[in-house]
Ligand binder design. Structure first.
Ligand code: PLP
Length: 461
């Protein structure tokens, strides 16, 4: 009699409906491309990349039903039916009173911090993402990371390494309550390894916020992946519907920022949501100034429709099981081959520990940059340095090593197959085998803020 036990192989819960060709390049072509752009992978032409793991942001494949939803897009300037479809889909998961659409996450951040930020203010978070930090700092405020110590240790074993350090938050608020306009928690913690935050931690953060009368905002780009980890790992949560866990997360917060290019499965989009009427009014006024009328933000009606459908799809358990398992497939294979990675494996990406793999390169010589360049040169795989290039320059211009030097291999949703990932594993293995030969880098040119996007580098020979 055949067994009904589940199979080990977690298959993609979809089949391919439309394909995009990939372009193969030679190592010589890739070396020339690197040289031509000052070794900055953001400046490489995407058609010169074979497997693009630079980001999971807006790079996923939309479903048949999302493309169909696009046909329902209504482009009325004000009060479009597509707006109400979008708003209802957001509020189904995140029942905040006000939903303010934006063209992407950083627009929501800019509006929020323009209203609540400013010189002398300090905004705590588990770890600010680069655009969040930059938008806080652009107002003259301080962006403070208060991650639990385990979250800063690439190999520490903890089920919720994205948790915020509640004791540190309490100390901050005891000392400087009047300087803190709100508390943020990023789910999952992108800059800290894609690690989840537990419901218990959110409850503790909420209690501290209540004690000091502070609002709590979620940076909720990867809310569904976070909820799946809660279901898998948090005592008492297994067997629950992810939708209910997401609503619990939202219920502990007063508002949120969102990049809809992640879990909402869009190629563009975002929103800012909140319960506070006065804050919402100020935010809408700023929205009208630069993004658009409050029923479309910076988005077309067709984008709003695609996002509403994406929000329905991302909370599907079969999808989330596949998503988290397929990311772990890459991470587990690298661990088995002795390549140092952040563990446990996060939700949307595998983070290579460049500082551990390249101990001969001082953090101020950018080991993450060196590793990311080598992955591209050897196999046409594009990852993203998340380390001293991204975070090492303070607002006063002084350079200091970031907490970790990582290379993020972010996996676009529903886009690459297992054989693509098997190829990535082989490329990482080959680069790791000659890690001792990789050079450090020096920056030859850089902008004042968000330097990783446009800085130019030179290998140190
Ligand atoms: C945690 C987090 N917050 C904010 C953002 C910014 O979103 P966007 O790129 O849509 O501006 C990102 C994007 O990668 C992110 O990962």
């Amino acid at each position: 009699m055949a067994s009904d036990a589940p199979f080990r192989t977690i298959i993609e819960p979809f089949r391919i409906h439309s394909v995009e060709p990939l372009r193969l390049t030679t190592p010589e072509q890739r070396r020339a491309a690197l040289d031509g752009v000052g070794y900055n992978l953001f400046s490489i032409h995407a058609q010169d990349v074979l497997i693009d793991l630079l980001t999971d942001s807006g790079t996923g494949a939309m479903s048949r039903d999302q493309w169909a939803a696009i046909q329902h897009g209504d482009e009325s300037y004000a009060g479009s039916p597509s707006w109400f479809v979008f708003r209802d889909a957001v509020q189904h998961l995140f029942p905040f009173r006000h939903v303010i659409p934006t063209h992407q996450g950083r627009a929501a951040e800019r509006i929020l911090f323009e209203v609540v930020g400013g010189p002398g203010q300090v905004v705590p978070n588990n770890t600010h993402f680069d655009t969040t930090r930059a938008n806080v700092e652009a107002t003259g405020a301080e962006a403070l990371d208060l991650l639990i110590p385990e979250g800063r240790d690439p190999s520490a074993d903890h089920p919720f390494k994205g948790n915020l350090d509640v004791g540190a938050l309490e100390r901050l608020l005891t000392d400087r309550a009047s300087d803190v306009p709100l508390v943020m928690v990023t789910v999952t913690n992108n800059s800290g390894g894609g690690q989840p935050v537990s419901l218990a931690n959110l409850r503790e953060v909420r209690a501290v916020c209540d004690a000091f009368g502070k609002p709590l905002f979620l940076d909720a780009c990867r809310f569904a992946e976070n909820a799946w980890f809660i279901r898998e790992r948090e005592p008492g949560q297994s067997g629950r519907d992810v939708i209910d866990i997401v609503r619990d997360m939202a219920g502990l917060a007063d508002g949120m920022t969102m990049s809809a290019k992640k879990d909402p499965m869009g190629n563009i989009g975002g929103w800012l949501a909140m319960n506070d009427d006065a804050l919402a009014e100020q935010a809408r006024n700023l929205l009208i100034l630069t993004e658009g009328f409050p029923t479309y933000g910076g988005l077309a009606g067709r984008d709003l429709e695609a996002l509403a459908q994406g929000l329905r799809e991302v909370v599907d358990h079969d999808y989330l099981r596949y998503r988290i398992r397929s990311t772990a497939y890459l991470g587990d294979a690298l661990v088995a081959r002795g390549v140092p990675v952040v563990t446990p494996i996060g939700g949307h990406a595998v983070y290579l520990d460049a500082r551990a793999l390249l101990p001969h390169i001082d953090p101020l010589r950018y080991p993450g940059q060196s590793l990311a360049v080598a992955l591209y040169e050897v196999g046409g795989v594009r990852g993203c340095e998340i380390g001293t290039v991204m975070f090492g320059r303070r607002p006063d211009g002084v350079e200091a090593p970031a907490a970790m030097d990582l290379v993020r291999l972010a996996i676009p949703r529903r886009t690459y197959t297992q054989s693509h990932i098997d190829y990535v594993i082989e490329v990482c293995e080959r680069v790791a085998a000659r890690a001792g030969e990789l050079p450090g880098y020096r920056i030859t040119d850089q902008p004042a803020a968000l330097r990783h996007f446009t800085a130019r580098f030179e290998p140190l020979t």
